[in-house]
Structures are given as structure tokens and as C-alpha cells.
Design a protein around this ligand. Structure first.
Ligand SMILES: *[C@@H]1O[C@H](CO)[C@@H](O)[C@H](O)[C@H]1NC(C)=O
Length: 372
């Protein structure tokens, strides 16, 4: 996760001394119905022929920035047309029908290491980070969840330049389990057989689009983004998309189609101030939103959900942008209910909840954004 950027900034709500640590953000609201397109495809945000860039124009671009594609800035353009620049088959424009299936046979809840192949939608986002001598090294700082052959969903704060600072989003590792080994292998305690997953699938990042209203109110709401790979992956036992729920009410488990216990998955671990090479997972209770809202001084809205708050168990076991999943009551399919957004610095302590973007509220936005 991005502790210096997100967790520090957000641990400070309501504490004036911490104010300066908040990331700098651009204000403003994107016009409803605008489309997120490369700046070159948005004539209204470019100087007319023969004219120069004006401060107004640059300010408007900052305000309407919504992502990047192939290193070019993208803006929220009213009525603009997106022109596909990549060759090959067009990326999927809808969510797959088959989703949420896992081939894991010996999933043990309460365990720490996630079972090999148990979270085939889990993706590690790799960033290039400048080292002490200016050299670039790859570091996995955020999690993401596979939703189509060519797209993952993650947190906006994992892709927006204002949040990631000197990091640059480079690649996605799909089918990853142990970031230190490739292929990943595991000796099953039941059968004593050595099971190996296929080699990890690596894709370059072609585009990232964050929600146009992300943090426009300064409260880190709408912390969601869709990231597109340069080319699709092939689904298999270790690479599967997750299901996006249509509806989900964490406060009324009885009326909900989903189980009220959720599973947070990821490699990050701020408790130890280092991340684990082996994917971790933890079962977390969903928390009443009013209780959680009160503990965060009333900054939460209905597009967020909370989980955790039990000693030693929190989103520190997950990664920023990574999934909070739940199984459907009827079948064993897995649904993406939350994206790890923020928590307290002292995570894993009693009454300290993790806050997640409530994915079901963004289903339509995700589908629309696949086509961008
Ligand atoms: C959180 O509390 C604030 C202040 O009381 C309130 O305006 C807001 O609606 C609450 N959010 C939720 C999800 O209840």
C-alpha cells in the first residue's frame, strides 16, 4: 500500500496539526455526462489554431483530468469522441457472464497465507520507484481485482498522479501469489504433493481512468479507478474475473444476497512495516456504517463500507486498492464488495475500522468506463 501518501494523510482527519500532510488535490466537479478521453481528442481544451495555451486552459485541464493513456493525459471532455489508438481486438466492453469461481480445494479460514489459486482475480500493481541513486526499481504498492480479460478495478488513489507522487504505474501481475518466486509452488499438507501454478502473467498498463468525482469534496469519496492492460489475458484456473454485485446492503445481512463476513486479500502489511511476499487473506466482520462514520468524524457517505476493527485484524493485511470479497449465500461464487481505501495508521487495533469503496454503487460507472 502507499502508507506515506494515503494512510498518513487520512489518519489526520480533524487534527489541524496534520493538515499539511494531506495530498494536494485539485478541486472542481467534472460536468455530468462528460467522457474521459485523451487531451488530443478534446478540442475544447486545446488552444485554437494559431493561439497559445492560456492559464485558464491549463487550470481547466487540471480540474478535468480523469486519467492517462499511453503516457498521455486524459480529460473529462463534454461530448468529445474517444478515438482508439491501440491496435488489435478492441478491449471488452462488458463484464463477463462467468465470474467469481475459484479452484481452491483446501481454503482454510483464519489462516494467514491465502491458498494458492484461491484468489484468481487478485492482481498486484507494480510501480517504478526512483532509488537513492536515481535508478528505477519495481515495487508492488497496490492491489487490484480482475473484472474482464483486459481490465482491473482498483482505488483512484493508486493511479492518480497527485496521490502516487514519484511512483509511476508500470505493470500488472495476474495470477500472482508469491512475489519472490515464479512459478509459485506450494506443498499441500493434505496430500503432501507439490502443486505449482502456471507462470505469472505480466501486462503493461495501457490506460487508467479514475472516478471524475474522486475526492472533489476533500473526503476521499469515490476512490475507484478502472485500469486497462495493453492486451488481454487468458482465463484459466489461476486467472479468473470476479463478480461485481448489483446490490449489497452490509447493514441488513438478512436481506442481502451476500454473506456478512468478508475476506480482505493482499500483500501489504503496515503492522510489520513490510509487505509479505506470499498473498495474505483474512476474514473480517462488516461494521455498522453509523458506528464507523462516527469513528471517522462523519466523513463517510453511503458509497463506502467498513470492515474489521478487531485486534490484530484489519486492512493492514490487504493492499490499497485491493479487494474485499464476499461469497454469495446461494452459491460459492465470489463478489467484489469493497476496494481498500483507507484506515487508521494503527490498524489492527480494536474499534479501528478499514474503509472500503462500496463497489456495487459503481457497477454502471465501471461498465461505462471499460469502453474508455
Ligand atoms: C456520516 O455523518 C455525517 C455527519 O453526521 C452525515 O452527514 C453523513 O450522512 C453520515 N454518513 C452516513 C453514511 O451515514
Amino acid at each position: 500500500m502507499l502508507p506515506g501518501l494515503l494512510f498518513l494523510g487520512l489518519a489526520c482527519f480533524g487534527l489541524p496539526a496534520c493538515e499539511a500532510q494531506r495530498p494536494v488535490v485539485f478541486g472542481g466537479t467534472a460536468p455530468p455526462g462528460c467522457r474521459c478521453v485523451p487531451l488530443t481528442d478534446c478540442p475544447e481544451l486545446r488552444p485554437r489554431p494559431g493561439q497559445r495555451w492560456t492559464p485558464d486552459l491549463t487550470a481547466a485541464i487540471q480540474r478535468l483530468r480523469c486519467g492517462f493513456a499511453n503516457r498521455a493525459i486524459k480529460v473529462c471532455c463534454g461530448g468529445g469522441q474517444s478515438s482508439p489508438t491501440t491496435k488489435g481486438p478492441p478491449p471488452p466492453t462488458d463484464l463477463p457472464r462467468t465470474c467469481g469461481d475459484t479452484n481452491s480445494i483446501d481454503r482454510i479460514f483464519g489462516g494467514k497465507n491465502a491458498p494458492l489459486g484461491g484468489n484468481p482475480w487478485m492482481v498486484a500493481l507494480g510501480y517504478s520507484v526512483p532509488g537513492p541513486r536515481g535508478e528505477l526499481k519495481l515495487s508492488y504498492e497496490c492491489g487490484a481485482t480482475l473484472v474482464t480479460r483486459q481490465h482491473v478495478v482498483t482505488a483512484a488513489h493508486c493511479v492518480r498522479p497527485d496521490d502516487i507522487g514519484l511512483l509511476s504505474l508500470k505493470q500488472a501481475n495476474i495470477g500472482e501469489w508469491n512475489t519472490d518466486t515464479d512459478p509459485d509452488c506450494f506443498v499441500s499438507p493434505a496430500t503432501e504433493k507439490n502443486i505449482c501454478a502456471p507462470p505469472v502473467v505480466v501486462r503493461q498498463i495501457a490506460a487508467a481512468t479514475w472516478h471524475p468525482q474522486y475526492n472533489t469534496d476533500g473526503k476521499y469519496n469515490n476512490d475507484i479507478a478502472v485500469v486497462r492492460f495493453d492486451r488481454p489475458v487468458t482465463f484459466g484456473s489461476y486467472v479468473q474475473p470476479i463478480c461485481i454485485p448489483n446490490n449489497f446492503d452490509p447493514n441488513i445481512p438478512a436481506s442481502s444476497e451476500l454473506n456478512p463476513l468478508a475476506l480482505a486479500v493482499g500483500w501489504g502489511a503496515t503492522e510489520k512495516l513490510s509487505s509479505s511476499p506470499v498473498l495474505q487473506e483474512i476474514r473480517l466482520p462488516l461494521v455498522d456504517i453509523q458506528l464507523c462514520n462516527a469513528s471517522y468524524l462523519g466523513i463517510l457517505n453511503e458509497n463506502q463500507i467498513c470492515a474489521g476493527g478487531e485486534t490484530g485484524e484489519d486492512t493492514c493485511s490487504g493492499d490499497s486498492g485491493g479487494p474485499l470479497v464476499a461469497t454469495g449465500k446461494a452459491g460459492g461464487k465470489y463478489f467484489l464488495i469493497g476496494l481498500t481505501s483507507f484506515g487508521r495508521l494503527l490498524c489492527g487495533s480494536k474499534g479501528s475500522f478499514g474503509v472500503y469503496t462500496a463497489v456495487h454503487k459503481y457497477r454502471d460507472w465501471i461498465v461505462q468506463t471499460l469502453a474508455v
